[in-house]
Design a protein around this ligand. Structure first.
Ligand code: 6PG
Length: 282
């Protein structure tokens, strides 16, 4: 059953990164205490990137004899995945993996084998999506393969109807999913008017994004909706109108894909600064 999102409004972008880093560390500690590992999906975008830099800085601050603004993240038990990826080589300036590596992963002691970039070297992006789906299933030990999920022609299970309570889930359950939101209401690489927004069977798809004239790879709504915790990170006035429409307008995910993210058994938080929250009425 989808519950109401938490709306956490902070002063500015730096406060989004600071609060985001604190929540990241808390989620990691809780996951490791409960299940022995922390499974997190990173997002692309400049707002999430700032959080990654904050995490790296706070980790360095935790070195012996350093200041008290350290954050303790159990990096050796952390597994990092990606919520979406541009279909470019991993050393391309556009790559989300390259961005996360430079901002965070090269600065913290996470074992390389526990970082799972989305593959972008297959001739057909759909093959890369299928490959990442296999990686997710292997690492999460998800009992059911995706092919055993509801087949074609069966009633599509809307994210709000999908219950992890009654049947074993065919979808991996991240401890934390970080997301940004574009001014057009997209999140991950679920863009307005694309079929990916309504994908209910696969874990990963490879949509063609007309506005960028490129393929992307993206986790699908069922995976995003199965997260234990989903944290949107937004800052800036450019998001204010869209955020009001997403949070307070009619439910139209084809037009505002961020609306499709409604965890069925998890916590949804919008961590936003005052500028992004300026048009909210409630
Ligand atoms: C990407 C992201 C995308 C991003 C939003 C917000 O690959 O670009 O996954 O969904 O999070 O566009 O980006 P900003 O925080 O830079 O506005």
């Amino acid at each position: 059953m989808s519950n109401q999102p938490e709306i956490c409004v902070v002063a500015d972008t730096a406060a989004v990164w600071d609060e985001g880093a604190r929540r990241f560390a808390t989620a990691a500690q809780e996951a490791v205490a409960a299940r022995g590992r922390f499974m997190v999906a990173l997002s692309g975008g400049s707002t999430p990137e700032g959080l990654y830099r904050e995490l790296a800085t706070r980790h360095l601050a935790s070195a012996p004899g350093k200041t008290s603004d350290a954050l303790s993240v159990p990096w050796s038990q952390t597994h990092v995945f990606f919520g979406d990826e541009r279909y470019v080589p991993h050393d391309d300036p556009q790559s989300n993996f390259r961005m996360a590596r430079e901002a965070l992963l090269d600065h913290v002691p996470i074992p390389a084998r526990q970082v799972y970039p989305m593959p972008t070297d297959a001739a057909d992006p759909a093959d890369a999506a299928a490959e990442y789906e296999k990686i997710l299933l292997q690492v999460f030990n998800t009992p059911l393969s995706c092919s055993e999920a509801p087949g074609e022609g069966q009633k599509p299970v809307l994210s709000t109807e999908y219950s992890v309570l009654s049947t074993p889930s065919p979808f991996p359950r991240f401890d934390l999913i970080l997301l940004g939101m574009g001014p057009d209401g997209h999140t991950a690489s679920l863009f307005p008017g694309t079929e990916a927004v309504h994908e209910q069977r696969h874990l990963v798809v490879a949509p063609w994004v007309e506005k960028f004239q490129t393929y992307r790879l993206t986790l699908t709504p069922p995976v995003l909706c199965h997260g234990r915790q989903v944290l949107f990170l937004l800052s800036g006035a450019s998001k204010a109108d869209t955020l009001r429409d997403v949070l307070e307008g009619p439910y139209e995910p084809s037009h505002l894909p961020s609306q499709i993210v409604r965890p069925v058994d998890g916590r949804l938080t919008w961590l936003i600064d005052r500028a992004a929250a300026a048009r909210l009425e409630k």
